[in-house]
Ligand binder design. Structure first.
Ligand SMILES: N[C@@H](CCC(=O)N[C@@H](CS)C(=O)NCC(=O)O)C(=O)O
Length: 160
């Protein structure tokens, strides 16, 4: 049975799972969650995810939400890809970045996405300077982590 990915593909969280599926060569069907029609608030979608948020994966009877959990699920279907390594320490290094993304990067980036993109897309007002300032401060806190870790030489093991 083909995996279904329920997404609003313009969202980075939706795009993320599509990107993972494409990279892994997973056979999937994209189901468009039409935010313009508030499809995520409908009874059908709420039955899949009580948080009323995409993305959601359906694999037969199995339903999974949270984008990083979906990426792990997809990667686990293709262990040979190495996207989610079987070695414990290497795997935890990948998982750590997913937690970091979810706890720190996403909340900061989401401010800019909402203020600069979502508001314009749905015509719901101008960017709020106070929110952009808050986003900038959150981003500044992430800079040392990003600089220290994204510069890992290609030759060093993928455990950091
Ligand atoms: N932590 C969740 C966040 C999901 C999320 O917030 N999705 C947003 C769009 S990016 C959504 O569906 N929002 C619908 C709404 O707020 O009505 C994940 O990574 O999957």
């Amino acid at each position: 049975m083909t995996i279904k990915l329920h997404v609003f593909p313009m969202s980075p969280r939706g795009f993320k799972v599509l990107f993972a599926a494409e990279q892994l060569g997973i056979d999937y069907e994209m189901v468009f969650v039409d935010f313009g029609k508030q499809a995520q608030r409908g009874a059908g979608f709420t039955a899949l995810n009580p948080n009323q948020r995409m993305p959601v994966l359906e694999d037969g009877e199995y339903v999974l939400w949270e984008s990083n959990a979906i990426v792990q699920y997809l990667a686990s279907l293709k262990p040979e890809s190495g996207m989610l390594p079987s070695d414990l320490k290497a795997r935890m290094a990948a998982v750590k970045w997913q937690f970091w993304e979810s706890a720190h990067w996403d909340p900061a980036a989401a401010i800019f996405m909402f203020e600069n993109v979502v508001k314009a897309l749905f015509g719901i007002g101008a960017p709020d300077p106070a929110e952009l300032k808050r986003g900038t401060e959150l981003m500044a806190r992430l800079a040392p982590t990003s600089k220290a870790s994204f510069r890992r030489p290609a030759s060093s093991p993928a455990t950091r």
